[in-house]
Write a protein that binds this ligand. Structure first.
Ligand code: BTN
Length: 262
């Protein structure tokens, strides 16, 4: 099947893209990330592969959470890349994918969505998109970039309705998912080419411009502990630098950020 509702595989295949681009569309799968992981042994060098599903039955979120993946409404997309980065530089890929998502989504809405470190995109303080990157140390090391965007949802399950939102709920706009997917993949290709040209600082600067986190008081939970302070900047490895209550800078490579609203 090449088409389901507004996702048009033929249109995607005809859009300008690098020579190595291969598009797969599935009406339903457990997880588009898992789909690429299963594909890896037979396609060890498949950089550029993009898998999209209309619906996921086991969409994976960060920290083992489930990503709500109702049919006909969201974008559930994974892309395979094989970057030449050291393990300590890999978190930059999550920032790069978040930046691409923010730029793509912001093309469609009047007031811009904001990035929240490390992998969330928020609109009116609720989550509109998320990124889950998975690293595989296969013969050619691979990173699977998984992106979920809440596009045309009009409701969410009770357990997430206070923290999740969609483009449609916030703006009233019904977005054609093929058009947004094209924009997203164009941005991913561009930001990835910047990364391959070692433009890490400009990527971090651009990420910072698309976030309203800096200067704000935050608490961050990590390994059962909570640290509070002011978000100051990202360092050149994409780690979050915060100024704690004793005036000391702390560098964090992961954690769950909560912005303290006044
Ligand atoms: C998060 O914010 O927790 C990350 C969510 C990532 C969801 C996407 S949907 C496409 C891809 N396939 C998955 O199973 N997860 C990612």
């Amino acid at each position: 099947m090449s088409k389901s509702s507004d996702i048009d595989l033929t249109d995607l295949q005809n859009s300008p893209s690098p020579e190595c681009r291969e598009w797969h569309f599935l009406p339903e799968t457990d997880s588009t990330n898992a789909e690429i992981i299963r594909h890896l042994p037979s396609h060890p060098s498949g950089e550029g592969l993009v898998v999209i599903a209309d619906c996921q039955t086991g969409g994976k979120g960060r920290s083992g959470r489930i990503w709500h993946s109702a049919p006909g409404t969201g974008i559930y997309l994974s892309m395979l890349i094989q970057p030449k980065l050291s393990p300590e530089q890999l978190p930059i890929v999550t920032l790069m994918a978040g930046l691409a998502t923010a730029i793509a989504v912001n093309e469609f809405i009047p007031s811009p969505a904001q990035l929240k470190w490390p992998n969330d995109l928020l609109l009116n303080n609720k989550k509109i998109a998320g990124v889950l990157c998975e690293y595989h140390a296969t013969k050619v090391p691979a990173v699977i970039i998984g992106i979920g965007i809440n596009v045309n949802h009009t409701q969410f399950p009770t357990d997430i309705k206070d923290i999740a939102t969609s483009i449609k709920l916030e703006s009233g706009l019904e977005i054609n998912r093929t058009t947004l997917i094209k924009q997203l993949v164009t941005q991913l290709d561009f930001q990835y080419s910047e990364l391959k040209s070692n433009k890490v600082q400009s990527l971090i600067d651009n990420w910072t411009l698309h976030s309203d986190l800096f200067g704000k008081s935050i608490s961050i939970s990590k390994g059962g502990q909570s640290i509070t302070g002011k978000a100051v900047r990202l360092d050149n490895l994409g780690r979050l630098v915060i100024l704690n209550e004793s005036g000391k800078e702390i560098v964090l490579d992961s954690g769950e950020v909560r912005i303290q609203r006044i």
